[in-house]
Ligand binder design. Structure first.
Ligand code: IPE
Ligand code: IPE
Ligand code: MG
Length: 244
């Protein structure tokens, strides 16, 4: 007798938290003979669309990797250009984001930012703090290892005893304290690595890699990622709900 085919384990709910590694801006520009910063501008335009699409899909948390602790190693014109683009993005988008119920959070080290940009980021976080439609976590000057080092330093400063330390306490000392772990992490541009993103939080995330470059990652591509996620069987080390 043949074995019954187990029912496909699908999720009826969309992911609560999606994180995105917005990669491929430089290659997008190079393909068009444009400077890298033109790619970053196109990527920022796309971000505006993706935020809307996620809000419309009922996603509660969207984390975007915008500048890593390693990105300081790029030429200074590119780093300065990226800082400028962030600053412009806040100036042009804050009002609309606030109106549409988006809460802005920053994850990463704010201390190495230029004073003016830092003040803008802090203001954006402050103004939008009560919004609940979509929580947008902007990973800027963020590194997963740096986040863990910083958490350990704070635990030591607080005088914690070894026996007090557990996973929950560490999670409460990360930049993402209070934010559920990402269900789905999308990386564009075909690279298949984590590049120091959400090192702790991604332990049981589903990963989706696509060759599409970030400026071209549109609502249709998001839909494909969500459909792919729907087919995943998240076992968390246990057995499938179908018993297999
Ligand atoms: C991602 O695009 C944006 C940042 C890292 C700031 P890249 O700039 O890494 O683009 P590629 O990978 O060179 O194409
Ligand atoms: C990861 O992309 C960082 C961001 C998207 C902000 P990178 O382009 O910096 O990563 P690597 O160098 O390819 O690993
Ligand atoms: Mg890249």
């Amino acid at each position: 007798m043949s074995q019954p085919i187990p029912a496909k384990s699908t999720h009826e709910q969309p992911p609560v938290h999606i994180a995105m590694i917005m990669d491929g801006n430089g290659r997008w520009a190079a393909q068009r003979g444009l400077p890298r910063l033109a790619g970053h501008r196109a990527g920022t335009e796309n971000l505006r669309r993706v935020i809307k699409a996620c809000a419309n899909q009922g996603i509660q948390y969207l984390t975007i990797y915008a500048f890593s602790t390693e990105n300081w190693g790029r030429p200074s014109e590119e780093v300065e250009g990226l800082m400028h683009i962030l600053s412009e993005f806040i100036d042009s988008e804050l009002e609309e984001l606030h109106r549409s119920g988006v809460q802005i959070r920053h994850i990463g080290r704010i201390d190495r930012m230029d004073e003016k940009i830092r003040a803008k980021v802090e203001r954006a976080v402050q103004i939008t703090r009560e919004n609940q439609r979509l929580i947008l976590c902007v990973a800027w000057n963020y590194g997963g290892r740096d986040e863990i080092v910083y958490a350990v330093q704070r635990l030591i400063e607080e005088g914690r005893k070894a026996e007090e330390i557990d996973g929950d306490l560490i999670a409460q000392h990360l930049f993402t304290a209070g934010i559920p772990d990402p269900d789905l992490i999308i990386r564009t541009s075909g690279e298949m690595r984590t590049s120091n993103f959400l090192t702790w939080q991604s332990a049981y995330s589903e990963w989706y890699f696509t060759p599409i470059l970030w400026p071209d990652f549109d609502e249709q591509e998001l839909q494909k990622a969500l459909e792919d996620f729907n087919q995943r069987d998240r076992r968390f080390g246990r057995l499938s709900t179908s018993g297999c």
